[in-house]
Write a protein that binds this ligand. Structure first.
Ligand code: C5P
Length: 303
């Protein structure tokens, strides 16, 4: 018997900048954030199955919950529901991006599941249909349908593609703790008055461009995360700033990143950590390299 097996590889993100304008009536916070894909990947293997059950296997076991609250399971359920339900699949999630680290791992997996299942189930609608489902799963999910460098506004779920920067070197330091996003926002004393109500989004994206003004980028969640999770503070102070364009917390943590002009300098910075932390050395990804593709490979099984 021949099964069509699809593979989708999805890269992590870092937030180069994250500005909180204020708390919205719906309880979320209004953001202006810059998101950038990096070469650290999760991979999903997706197989169409008869019936209406979506089986999820996480490898290694325990790297993420494998139940109905996994964002992959939620993505599958919402996509099936949008097409009248009754769809079956088996999904193996190869988890490499740490969870609860501000690297968008769970959101990335959800976006990859949407793209992969749309192909596996042969559904119409293209990426246009996936945008609204993506935003309903989580604020970060739509970014992964775009990839590369983007400006995120609203909850961070409305994303605007920006031109790729030159490839940069990156070190991500993983303090190996889970920081819950909701808790960070809860501890944030959001400005009572919204910052600059007439704020033009371009004042954020303009800080990049041909000569990025790295010193003007920041993360408003960083003081909260660093103040409450000493492991994050430790990782941040361990990372070499000498040759870095920017060093900071990504999203709501727990991971911190250093951005360097090239991969060689990033590797040198990682060496200086002398094995004190688990870390990833890599590069930033252009949009074409970060785009999600469902690749089909034919697999022959015994029966
Ligand atoms: O959208 P998502 O489910 O990923 O968000 C997790 C939590 O983070 C929300 O429940 C909310 O408490 C907080 N959040 C927020 N403002 C945002 C994004 C997330 O307050 N822009």
């Amino acid at each position: 018997m021949i099964h069509g097996m699809l593979t989708v590889r999805v890269p992590a993100k870092i937030n180069l900048h994250l500005e909180v304008l204020g708390r919205r009536p719906d309880g979320y916070h209004e953001l202006r954030t810059l998101l950038q894909s990096i070469d650290w990947y999760d991979e999903l293997e997706i197989e169409d199955r008869p019936g209406d059950t979506v089986e999820l296997v996480v490898e290694p076991v325990g790297a993420a919950p494998a139940g109905a609250d996994n964002l992959v399971a939620i993505a599958a359920a919402r996509l099936a529901a949008a097409h009248g339900g009754r769809r079956g699949a088996r999904i193996v999630l190869h988890k490499r991006i740490p969870a609860g680290a501000g690297l968008g791992g769970g959101s990335a997996d959800a976006a990859a599941a949407l793209v992969g299942l749309q192909t596996a189930w042969d559904l119409p609608g293209g990426v246009a249909e996936l945008w609204s489902i993506a935003a309903s799963i989580g604020s970060d999910v739509p970014f992964f349908l775009l990839g590369g460098l983007a400006l995120g506004v609203g909850r961070g779920d409305e994303v605007i593609a920006l031109d790729d920067l030159a490839t940069l070197g990156v070190v991500v330091v993983d303090p190996e703790i889970v920081v819950a996003t909701a808790e960070v926002y809860r501890r944030l004393t959001a400005p009572r008055e919204w910052r600059r109500p007439g704020f033009a989004v371009y004042s954020v994206s303009d800080r990049l461009g041909s000569a990025p003004r790295w010193a003007e980028l920041r993360n408003d969640l960083e003081p909260v995360v660093v103040g409450h999770w000493p492991q994050v503070a430790e990782a941040l102070s361990a990372l070499d700033r000498d040759e870095a364009l920017r060093v900071g917390v990504t999203g709501s943590g727990s991971a911190v990143f250093g951005l360097y002009p090239d991969r060689v300098r990033a590797a040198r910075a990682a060496d200086r950590l002398a094995g004190r932390f688990r870390c990833h050395v890599g590069i930033t990804l252009a949009r074409t390299a970060a785009r999600l593709r469902a690749g089909r490979s034919e697999e022959v099984t015994g029966s």
